[in-house]
Each structure stands twice: as structure tokens, then as C-alpha cells.
Design a protein around this ligand. Structure first.
Ligand code: 3HC
Ligand code: NAI
Length: 693
């Protein structure tokens, strides 16, 4: 049963009951429509209340049904709403907690709306690349007025019910019982006729054309590659310029168009990918989690400071530990400066700044950190240094404390083995700048306890991060893949491209930053150090030497004012440098390569398919639990364009046989040995399947 039916005196109550958020899937719609019909057939019933069980009135249409036959099967959402609107007995929507999308549209089809204060009211379809497709674009402007409705529809942001008095016939006091109050309201209006219908109202807005044109221009400039925001404007415009039924038809047509777009599919993929990432098949949802009320951080450098800020922002006290007082002072000063910059931008109050800094303390002694619930190590990336730290942590930390490492390349199992409690050791790989980037790779060691993993996942939510679980391997999910991408970027330079062309092609594809600008930002010396290690440990892997030559020129990137590009003080713009370009051209000549013109298409394919192919290996090895986890890593940690849904989703949209064919082609070209099609990719392509199934 996905909607319940009860009668309270002369009022029938239809309660949507489809946990977790009463998404209006086919079964729910069917049961709710049956409820309304039953109420209409019962002479003892004078009015009908529709409400939602549990933690929502309704989160809207069931997104999981989209692009399946169930979405349009009767009774459709339109039919459900029309049944309520055409009811000969008054229908009251009784709203609480969450009323979004189709849920709000349903309430707009009801004759009356009552609500608890603090309910989140929104038409968030635009965030899924859609527009409200069940009358929202036509009814909301008729209730709120053109401008406020357009703002809500184009932004998709929630507004508290008490801030929308025009939408509600009554907002109950916070301590009221919704059902009792709604039933009393329904009894009060039971005999009122004619029944008020939103569709009968008009949208009055003086000079609406000028306003709509202004809105089109503004929204167009902000929407980037997403078609939905502008479609929202056009459909809302129809609420003024068309008759109600024509506006509804127009809305339907544009909704059905948007639902087929790759952009909308990508956004919906990301929505579910983010939520499923916190689920680990062998770690049930009821796995106990440890309490995290205090944290210690070892190392107050670039990462330690940023990581500390995440805990402070979440209200968790932090003790920073360093080897020298100067390093501590510097780390704390950087944290304060970061907060002060946010304060200057008006995004933080002085009070909050003081509160957060008040939660921060520091020490040079391990004796002071033993009682912390979690300790995150962020010292130099050297196994010997990590070993000393973890042996010490094993001595001083209280039983049950979580010992986390922020290592980006080292073996978490080896680090765990430095302790007598490997079950308590886990990798928490933050991304730089750690106080900004959403991604947190949670590295599960061979012996990491399920409880520790569940705690880290819960903590990632508390820190407002997207936690993605990775197994142990060199580079984990993200950096292991980016290495293949960077290798291709290097080979492209040897063959004929220049950094600017590669970056422009990548940025045109939608990456926040091309590989060379990214290298300059992260520091080219980091990759150099990794390659030097590889030359010894894995001599059979080929790399372009161009990046080494660049580092030999002392051009480490923005931090030295020069990298692949030149940088000017106070300006992050990248200026191409003739010496660097000459070095690249000379290196090709030294290798005996005749440089050729490389198309932007080839650049993008080689960069992105290098990610995809390594992603397929990672998936097959079980390092990532699912393709959508890899997509989340790239969307939240590497600036992969959201509207393309992540590398694995993108490969699915291109078609895996096409991806494989391109990889096979590049395997016959320059440095073709770098391309070994992943067996999983070959298998899925042959079977006509996709990564995201
Ligand atoms: N359909 C199906 N499942 C939904 C859903 C929906 N509309 N909204 C949320 N869910 C699911 C989530 O996938 C998640 O499932 P899980 O527990 O299996 O992972 C669960 O509900 C809880 O979601 P959250 O973790 O996001 O829980 P919160 O309490 O943090 O947030 C929420 C609840 C505010 C409702 C948030 O989930 C949300 O913003 N949902 C999207 C709402 C939305 O976009 N509605 C419009 C739908 S499109 C529509 O209505 C079309 C119409 O115009 C025709
Ligand atoms: P950093 O060099 O900026 O900071 C390291 C800090 O650790 C220094 O302040 C140093 O004084 C301190 N330290 C060194 N040995 C110590 C010890 N034994 N006890 C206490 N403190 C000690 O380095 P960064 O960049 O912050 O990196 C730290 C860790 O984070 C490394 O493992 C690195 O691989 C990882 N990482 C770095 C990223 C980056 O972009 N910088 C991204 C993700 C992970």
C-alpha cells in the first residue's frame, strides 16, 4: 500500500506513503487516485485532505521511474492532479517538512493548501535538467505572481513555507498537530462553493514582455551548457501569454523534450550517484558508527590546515600537532587568513570566525592528543615519516580511536601494519584545497573494520563532503586515472600540440581546467617526484620527458610564478611562454618526431578515454564499487563537466563500441603501447552494455 485511506468524521484523509520521501511512483499515484474516488463515492465524506507520511509531504515525481514506461503509465501525475482539481468535494493539501516538484504541483491542483511552518517548498526540477512538468510553470505564477514564481522555478531553491503566505490558506503554529488542524480546516470549508481553482486565476504583471526578455538574457548568460533554465523561462512566460490549457500543453512538450536530453540524464545520474556512493554492499545501513566529537590532525601544512577547517566548520574541536612551533604558527595563521578572506567576502560572520578559531588548539606533544576520537595524519608523503607517526599514534591513542591517513599514493595496508590495530586504520584522502573541494576518497584497507568505514562515511556527510569508497592501489581511484590522462597530455605535446591547444580543447569539452593549467596549479614538481619513483620502480611504463624538462627549467607552476605558462602577481591568468613552447618543439625533434596538427577532437578523446580505460580496470579490480562512484570522484574532485555526467557515464553516452574503436585506433599511433583496452570495456562493448548498466 503506497497511499493510505482513513476517514475522520466527515473528512477523508489520503496519506501518501512511499518512503523515504513519498515520491509519486505509479503505485502511489494509483492508490491516491483510488483514495480520492472512494471519498467521492462516500456520501458521509464532505471534504478530502491529502498529506504525506513520514518525513515529507512529497519529494515529487519518482525520479527512478523517469525514462521507464511507469513514468507515463496511468494514472499519470497529470491525471492524479486533475482528479484532485476536478473533485466535486473540496481537496486540501496538508503540507509538512518537504514539498517539492510534483508534490508542490499536486498541492497547486488542490483547492486549498495548509502547511506547517518550516516546510521546504521548491520546484527543484531545474537541478535535474528539467522543468516542472505537471503544471508548476502554469500554476505557481498564478499564485505567487510572475517574478517570485520565476525565481523559484529557475533557481530550484527551497523556500520556507512561512515565507510564502500567498501560497497557503493557513499556516499552523509550530506546535500544532498537522492532521488535526488540517481536518478542522477541511470541516470549516467543506460547504464552500464554488471550489477555488488556481487554473482560473490570471497572472497580472505590468509590462511582462520587458521583464521576460530581461529574464531570458540573464538566465541565458548563467545557464552555460544546460538547456533547462531557459526552457523554464519560456514555459513560465506561457503562463502569461497563453490560455491555461495551451500553457499546460506547451509545458508538457518542453518537459518531454528535456527529459530526453543528455544534460538531464547526466544530472539525474549525478543525483543518484551521490546518494548511492555512501552505500557499501557488505556494510549494512545499521552498522554501528563511532562517535566523533573531537579530532587531532598531524601536520599543519597545506592539507592538514584545510582538513582542520572542515572539522572546525562542522563544530568539531581540532588539535593540530607539528614537530616545530614555527610550523604550527604558520599553519594556524593560514587557517585564520582563510577565514578572514571568507569574512571579507561577506560569507562568514566575525562571531562564526571566532567560534571556529575557538575550537582550534595546537600542540607539539603526542601526550595531548590521545583522547581524540579521530586522528588524521597529513605529514610528508614518505613511508618512513608515516611509519614513525603511526607507531606513535598506536602508543598514545585511546582504544577505539580512528587512525586516518591522508596519503595520496602510499599503501594504506602497509601504514595500518605499523600499528597493532589495523582494523582502526583507514585512508581519508582529501583534495586540495581541502576546505573547498567536495570529494573525500575513503580508502578501505584490507583490515579496516566495517564500523570504521561506516563512521568515515557518516563523517564525510557531517563535513559536507561527497565520500566515495576506494580500495587500496597506487593513486586510489582519482589519481590513478589522472595519471593516464596526464600521460596522454604529455604524448600530445611530443606529437605536435602545445599546452594552450590541449588546455583549450579540454576546457571547451567542459573541464574546469585543462591538464597543463592544472599541473601549474597543483605544482609540476609533485608529478615529477612521482615519475622519478616510477622510473625506478616501473621502468616499463613510458612517460613524455617534456614535463621533466620543464621542471629542470625550474618552472614548477604558479608557486614559482612560471610553469607551462607564465603568471603575473595578483593574476591567475596563464600566459603562453615562448621558451617553453620552443623546448616542446625541440624535444619532438630530438625524438625524431615530425610534428603534426592534432585536432581538438583527438585531444579530447585521448584525454577522456584514458580516464575511461583506467576507470574500467579500477572497476574490474573492485577498487571502485560501481561506475557511478568513479563518476562522483571526477565530478567532485577533478572538475569533470557535470553536464556530461562523469567519465564512465560519458563513455556510456558515446557508446562503448565507439570508445573501444577509438582506443584501438590510438593503440596503433604514437606511444600506442600506453593503450591496452581494459577487458571489462571490451566485454561490455561486445555485449552492447554500459558501465552504468
Ligand atoms: N524520487 C525518487 N527518490 C527520491 C526522490 C524522488 N523525487 N527524492 C529523493 N529520493 C530518494 C533519494 O534517492 C534517497 O534514496 P536512498 O535513501 O535510497 O538513497 C532518499 O530519497 C533520501 O534522499 P536524500 O538523501 O536526498 O534525503 P534528504 O532528506 O537529504 O533530502 C529531499 C530529501 C529534499 C527530498 C531530496 O532528496 C531532494 O531534493 N530530492 C529531489 C527532489 C526533486 O528533485 N523533486 C523533483 C522531482 S521531478 C518532478 O517532480 C517532475 C514533475 O515536475 C513532473
Ligand atoms: P606539506 O608539506 O604542505 O605539509 C606537511 C606538514 O607535515 C608540514 O607542515 C610538516 O612540518 C609536517 N610534518 C612533517 N613530518 C611531521 C611529523 N613527523 N610530525 C608532525 N608533522 C610533520 O604537505 P601536504 O601537501 O599538506 O601533504 C600532506 C599529505 O597529504 C601527504 O601525504 C600528501 O601526499 C597528501 N596530499 C596532498 C595533497 C596536495 O595537493 N598537496 C592532496 C591530497 C593529499
Amino acid at each position: 500500500m503506497t497511499a493510505e485511506y482513513q476517514v475522520h468524521g466527515s473528512v477523508a484523509v489520503v496519506t501518501l506513503n512511499n518512503p523515504p520521501v513519498n515520491g509519486m511512483g505509479l503505485e502511489t499515484r494509483t492508490a491516491a487516485v483510488a483514495g480520492i474516488q472512494r471519498a467521492l463515492a462516500d456520501d458521509a465524506v464532505k471534504a478530502i485532505v491529502i498529506t504525506g507520511a513520514g518525513k515529507a509531504f512529497s519529494g515529487g515525481a519518482d525520479i527512478k521511474e523517469f525514462n521507464t514506461p511507469k513514468a507515463l503509465a496511468e494514472p499519470s501525475l497529470h491525471t492524479f492532479i486533475a482528479t484532485a482539481e476536478s473533485s466535486t468535494k473540496p481537496v486540501v493539501a496538508a503540507i509538512h517538512t518537504v514539498c517539492m516538484g510534483g508534490g508542490l504541483e499536486l498541492s497547486l491542483g488542490c483547492h486549498y493548501r495548509v502547511a506547517m511552518p518550516g516546510a521546504q517548498i521548491a520546484l527543484p526540477e531545474v537541478k535535474l535538467g528539467l522543468l516542472p512538468g505537471a503544471g508548476g510553470t502554469q500554476r505557481l505564477p498564478r499564485v505567487l505572481g510572475l517574478e517570485p514564481a520565476l525565481n523559484m522555478i529557475v533557481s530550484g531553491n527551497p523556500v520556507a513555507s512561512e515565507k510564502l503566505p500567498a501560497l497557503f490558506d493557513e499556516i499552523f503554529p509550530a506546535d500544532a498537530d498537522l492532521l488535526t488542524s488540517a481536518v478542522a480546516f477541511a470541516e470549516k470549508i467543506a460547504d464552500a462553493r464554488p471550489l477555488p481553482k488556481v487554473r482560473d486565476r490570471k497572472v497580472d504583471y505590468p509590462n511582462h514582455e520587458a521583464f521576460l526578455q530581461f529574464s531570458r538574457n540573464t538566465v541565458k548568460a548563467m545557464a552555460g551548457p544546460f538547456p533547462a533554465p531557459l526552457e523554464c523561462v519560456e514555459t513560465v512566460a506561457a503562463s502569461v501569454t497563453m490560455k491555461f490549457d495551451d500553457g499546460m500543453k506547451f509545458e508538457r512538450e518542453r518537459f518531454l523534450h528535456l527529459i530526453q536530453t543528455t544534460e538531464s540524464k547526466a544530472l539525474r545520474h549525478a543525483f543518484f550517484a551521490e546518494r548511492v556512493a555512501s552505500k557499501v554492499p557488505d556494510v549494512p545501513a545499521d552498522t554501528p558508527v563511532r562517535t566523533i566529537k573531537s579530532a587531532a590532525i598531524i601536520g599543519a601544512g597545506t592539507m592538514g590546515g584545510g582538513i582542520a577547517m572542515n572539522f572546525l566548520n562542522a563544530g568539531i574541536p581540532v588539535k593540530l600537532l607539528e614537530t616545530r612551533q614555527e610550523a604550527l604558527d604558520k599553519g594556524i595563521a593560514t587557517i585564520r587568513k582563510n577565514y578572514e578572506n571568507t569574512l571579507k567576502k561577506g560569507k562568514l560572520t566575525q562571531e562564526k570566525l571566532d567560534q571556529r578559531m575557538g575550537l582550534l588548539s595546537s600542540t607539539l606533544s603526542y601526550d595531548d592528543i590521545g583522547q581524540a576520537d579521530i586522528v588524521v595524519e597529513a605529514v610528508f608523503e614518505e613511508l618512513g615519516v608515516k611509519e614513525a607517526v603511526f607507531r606513535k599514534l598506536d602508543e598514545v591513542m585511546k582504544p577505539g580511536a580512528i587512525l586516518a591517513t591522508n596519503t595520496s599514493t602510499l599503501d594504506v595496508d602497509k601504514i595500518a601494519a605499523f600499528t597493532k590495530r589495523p582494523q582502526d586504520v583507514i585512508g581519508t584522502h582529501f583534495f586540495s584545497p581541502a576546505n573547498v573541494m567536495k570529494l573525500l576518497e575513503i580508502v578501505r584497507g584490507k583490515q579496516t573494520a566495517k564500523e570504521v568505514l561506516a563512521t568515515a562515511l557518516a563523517l564525510s556527510k557531517k563535513l559536507k563532503k561527497t565520500g566515495v569508497v576506494s580500495g587500496v592501489c597506487d593513486g586510489f581511484i582519482g589519481n590513478r586515472m589522472i595519471e593516464q590522462y596526464s600521460r596522454q597530455a604529455g604524448f600530445l605535446l611530443e606529437e605536435g600540440a602545445l599546452p594552450e591547444q590541449v588546455d583549450k580543447a579540454a576546457e571547451k569539452f567542459g573541464f574546469a581546467m585543462g591538464p597543463f593549467r592544472m599541473g601549474d596549479l597543483a605544482g609540476n614538481d609533485i608529478g615529477w617526484a612521482i615519475r622519478k619513483r616510477r622510473y625506478v620502480e616501473k621502468p616499463d611504463i613510458s612517460y613524455s620527458k617534456t614535463a621533466d624538462l620543464l621542471c629542470e627549467m625550474g618552472r614548477y607552476g604558479q608557486k614559482t610564478g612560471a610553469g607551462w605558462y607564465d603568471y603575473k602577481a595578483g593574476d591567475r591568468k596563464a600566459y603562453p611562454n615562448q621558451d617553453v613552447n620552443a623546448m616542446i618543439v625541440k624535444h619532438s625533434a630530438d625524438l625524431g618526431i615530425t610534428r603534426r596538427k592534432i585536432s581538438d577532437e583527438e585531444i579530447v578523446e585521448r584525454l577522456v578515454y584514458a580516464l575511461v580505460n583506467e576507470g574500467a580496470l579500477i572497476l574490474e579490480e573492485g577498487i571502485a564499487l560501481r561506475a557511478s562512484d568513479i563518476d562522483m570522484v571526477y565530478l567532485t574532485g577533478y572538475g569533470f563537466p557535470l553536464y556530461r555526467g562523469g567519465p564512465m557515464f560519458y563513455a556510456d553516452t558515446v557508446g562503448l563500441p565507439n570508445v573501444l574503436a577509438a582506443i584501438n585506433k590510438y593503440a596503433r599511433g604514437h606511444q600506442g603501447g600506453a593503450w591496452k583496452p581494459a577487458p571489462l570495456l571490451q566485454r561490455l562493448a561486445a555485449e552492447g552494455k554500459t558501465f552504468n548498466g
